[in-house]
Design a protein around this ligand. Structure first.
Ligand code: CS2
Length: 433
């Protein structure tokens, strides 16, 4: 199902292709595997037919409702972790559950009917890069439902499973070159081919309301507590992406592999991971973190995956609080240095303010909060800490003396005439060692 108007194009293509699409897996050594994926048998486009979506959700055959609604879709205030009741779409859904817009509206409408019909609930399975994504979904849904129907809230609490999960596979945005490649090499006319890396990991808590397929037969791993796996992935891989994404964009790189092939960027990334993240991650059974980080750098360096920095930086306002600011806060509480992450935040300020890279080229910025980010960042000239006053994102970082000292320095360096991000990165690395 697609809930957003933006899903229309994908729906149109999939309908035309009988819901079939091709998958091209590109290994770092140049090996390429192809497959046609036939798992999808329908696509319900909610803006056109809301009832059809609700009917599907209350169909007894629907046992799992999985969510890929992105970090921003969970509708929580990153600084407080609480549900954002000020979102106009949420306000609409609370008053119009028969005509929902958001995932929360649809799920609530369907669970309400299931309860009334004496049916079992489905499992709500988040697949997004949010730590404790299942717990977070439950917390947000219960906050929403509590204002509508307290009894339904209790029923959900008692009966609906929200397994936490960590899912990982780098999948760049489809571009025209992918469509041409599939047409020329496979002789397939696929308007929405998918290209991805070979690596895949899906770790799930075995907690389902009404059974589940044998996901473990196709490579998923069931564990009793997914927390350390999620933390490892979000704080290393996703944060690593954002580090390369923001620093690399300002430098003028276009893709992740290009950025990480620069030894200074690779060193910076590794040092960030080693010094500012690894000490925060508890040991994981069967996982060697050093090897995990080596593999990450290899995955990022895959020259056959052209993962654009614009995609990585997409919706940074929803990502950075979970990927990077969470680690900064933990480090501050432990009295540990955060200077490498601090430069990334200061770079995000420059990026949001000037919206050009250091070659003067305009950046492709897509963020729901872009206007607000720009607004705060553009006051940096008068107040170097202006960007940090966006407390919905940064919490009380603007009151953390040591962090602010590092941040002011980073801002001064970044805003200096002819500033060069590589020189600044180098200096930070040197100061650290
Ligand atoms: C990316 C992810 O922009 C992002 O959130 O870092 O899409 C990333 O590619 C996946 O999490 C990889 O598993």
């Amino acid at each position: 199902m697609g809930l957003l108007e933006a899903n229309r194009g994908l729906r149109d293509v999939l309908v035309k292709q009988d819901y079939l699409y091709s998958l091209t897996v590109r290994h770092p050594n140049g090996q390429i595997d192809h497959q046609v994926i036939g798992a999808m048998i329908d696509f319900l486009f909610a803006p056109e037919n809301k009832q059809q979506v609700i009917d599907k959700l209350i169909n007894p055959d629907t046992k799992i409702v999985s969510l890929t609604i992105t970090e921003g879709g969970y509708n929580f205030n990153p600084a407080t972790g609480e549900f954002d009741f000020t979102n106009p779409e949420i306000i609409h859904d609370m008053a119009n559950l028969h005509d929902p817009i958001t995932a929360f509206g649809y799920i609530t409408a369907a669970l309400m009917q299931r309860k009334a019909l004496g049916m079992k609930p489905f499992t709500v399975q988040s697949c997004d890069n949010v730590q404790h994504n299942g717990d977070m979904t439950r917390k947000m849904l219960l906050a929403f439902v509590s204002k509508i129907d307290a009894e339904l809230g209790q029923w959900i609490e008692a009966n609906v499973a929200f397994p936490n999960a960590m899912v990982d596979r780098i999948t760049p945005v489809t571009i025209k070159a992918d469509i041409d490649y599939v047409a020329n090499t496979l002789n397939i006319n696929d308007e929405w081919p998918i290209t991805c890396e070979a690596f895949t990991q899906w770790v799930i808590e075995d907690n389902f309301s009404d059974g589940r397929p044998a996901f473990d037969n196709v490579g998923a791993q069931f564990v009793s507590d997914v927390t350390p796996f999620e933390k490892m992935k979000i704080r290393l891989l996703n944060a690593g992406h954002s580090v390369l994404g923001l620093l690399g964009s300002i430098h003028g790189f276009a893709t992740i592999d290009e950025a990480v092939s620069d030894p200074l960027f690779a060193t910076y990334l590794r040092k960030f991971m080693d010094d500012e993240v690894t000490p925060l991650i508890e040991p994981l059974p069967g996982i060697d973190l050093n090897q995990y980080k080596d593999t990450l750098i290899e995955r990022f360096a895959n020259p056959n995956i052209k993962d654009s920095l614009a995609r990585i930086c997409l919706e940074s306002s929803a990502k950075l609080p979970k990927f990077i600011i969470a680690s900064i806060n933990e480090n501050i509480a432990l009295n540990r240095d955060t200077s490498l992450a601090c430069l990334v935040i200061a770079t995000w300020c420059l990026y949001s303010d000037k919206q050009v890279n250091q070659q003067g080229e305009v950046l492709d910025i897509n963020d729901q909060m872009a206007a607000q980010l720009h607004d705060y960042a553009s006051k940096t000239g008068q107040d170097p800490l202006a960007f940090l006053q966006l407390t919905d994102l940064f919490g009380d970082l603007n009151n953390q003396a040591t962090f602010c000292k590092e941040y002011r320095k980073a801002i001064a360096d970044l805003y200096a005439p002819n500033s060069d991000i590589k020189v600044i990165m180098q200096a930070r690395l040197q100061a650290k060692s």
